[in-house]
Design a binder for this molecule. Sequence first.
Ligand SMILES: [Zn+2]
Length: 498
Amino acid sequence: MRILPLLRPTFLFLFVAGICCPDVSAQYDGATEVPQRFREGFQSITEKDSESLLSVLASSDFAGRGTGQEGFMKAAQWFSRQLADRGFQPAGEDGSWFQMLPFNVTQIDGEFTKLNIGETSVLSGDDFGVENYFGTFDGKLPVTFARVTKKRPEFEEGAFAGRLLVVQSANRISANDVLIVKGRPECVIVVDRDSRVRSQSVSQLTKTPSAVPLAKLGVTMANKLTAGCEISGDFFEEKNPEKNQLMTSSSEVDLQLRVDHESIDVPNVVGWYPGSDESLREEHVCIGAHLDHLGIQRGSVYPGADDNGSGSTSILQIARAIDTNALKPKRSVLLMAFCAEERGLLGSKYYAANPLRPLQDMICMLNIDMIGRNEESDKEPASENENTIHLVGSKKISNQLHELTLAANQHVNFVFEYDQEGVYNRSDHASFAKKGVPITFLFGGFTPHYHKPTDTLDGINFTKIANCARLDYLTLMMAAEHGHFEKNTDEDTTDSQQ
Ligand SMILES: [Zn+2]
C-alpha cells in the first residue's frame, strides 16, 4: 500500500507496534492511494462507525425490523433522521422520507382457533395453522379424506359440497385450486409435513384471500383425525402420495378458525443528495439496501445483524462520506432503504413500478446485502473469507459499470468472487435490473447464521462493512462523474459470461 507522506510516521509506528489503528482507513493489503478528490469522504468511513450504527440496527429496540411490525417502523424513522444528519433531503411522497406500500396483516386468534378430534383439541401452533384466509369459521362438518398425486382423479362438480376436505397433495394447494373451485368444500385442511404457519403474517394487499377457510395440519395429527373418524391404519404418510385415494366418513369434525386482518402502510425510506451540476442534476446514481428482516416470529427475535443490518450500516456510511467530501457528486444520489425484501423484494419492486424520479435518469443501482460476516460453508471455512466479497451481476447489463467497479476496488482491494451468481434474482437490485438499469450487488455469502435468531453482533466483521462502504462510495462518486453507461449488446453479455 502506498502511504500518504503526512501519515507515514504514524503508520510506521503502528506497524512496528503491531496494533490496529481505528482512525485510519483500513483498506486491504495492496490497495492503492485514494484519488485526492474523493479522499475526505473515504476517510470519514471508519470501522468504529460501522460498529456503532450496526449496534443500533440490531438492537432490541428495532426487534429484527419485521415488515408490518413496530420494530421496522422505529428503524425507518431512525434511518430517516440519520439521512437528515448527513445532509440528505427527503425524496418520498409529499415531501416526506417515505414511499408507503399497502400491506395486509393477518393474525390468527390463538384462543378461538382449534380442531377437536374426539376428546383432544389441537390448538394453532406447530401442528395446526390457518393460511391465506381471514374471517371466522365455527362448525361441525362431515369429512372427506384425500391423498392426491400430480395426476388427480376426475371428480364431480360439488363433490365435496357441505364437507370438510382433508387433503394431502403432491402439488401445493392454493385458494384457486380445482379441488376447491370445482369440489366446493366448506372448508379445507391441507396435510403437510411442515404444518407450521406464522400466527401473524404480512402480505401485499393485492393478494386475494382464499374464499374458503384453508388450514394446515401435521401428518401425525391428521392420522389422529382419521382414527377419530374410525378409519384404521395411517391414511397419511410422511411422503408425497403415489396413488390417488379418497375416503368419506360420516363422522363429524368440530372446527373453529378465526383470523383477523388489518390494512397497514409500510415505508421504503428515500433520500436525495442533489448533484452539484445544475444541468445534470436530474440524472442520479442510486445506492440501496434492505432495512427489513424477519422481526419477531413465534416469540423469537431475528436481529438480522448481517441480513441486512450490515448493508443498511454501509449505505449510511456512504451517505456520510458523500456529505463530508469537499468535491460533491455532479449528478444526484438517490439513497433507499427498502422494506419487505424478505417478503419477496416487495419494497424495491414497488419503487421500480412507481419510481419517484424517472427511471431513465437512473445511471446505475448499487445494492448491498449481507456483507457483515465471512462466508462459511462445509467447503469454505470463514477464515478464508476475511477479505472476499461476491460482486454479483455487475457484467449483466453494462460491462462499463463492471470495469468502473474494478477500478474503484483498486483503492480497497477486496478479493472478488464470482461463484454466487445464483443469487442474482434474490435481492433488491433485481427489481431495477429487470427495468434495464445497470446494477452491482455486493454480497458477503451465506453462513450458518443465515435467517436464524443467532444473526447477532457476534462474529461480525466490521472491517468488511466499512470496506463495502468505501468501495461503493468510490463507485458511486465515479459513476456520478461518468454519467450513463453503455449497455451490453447480446454479444458483450455472452463474452462476459465466458
Ligand atoms: Zn438480505
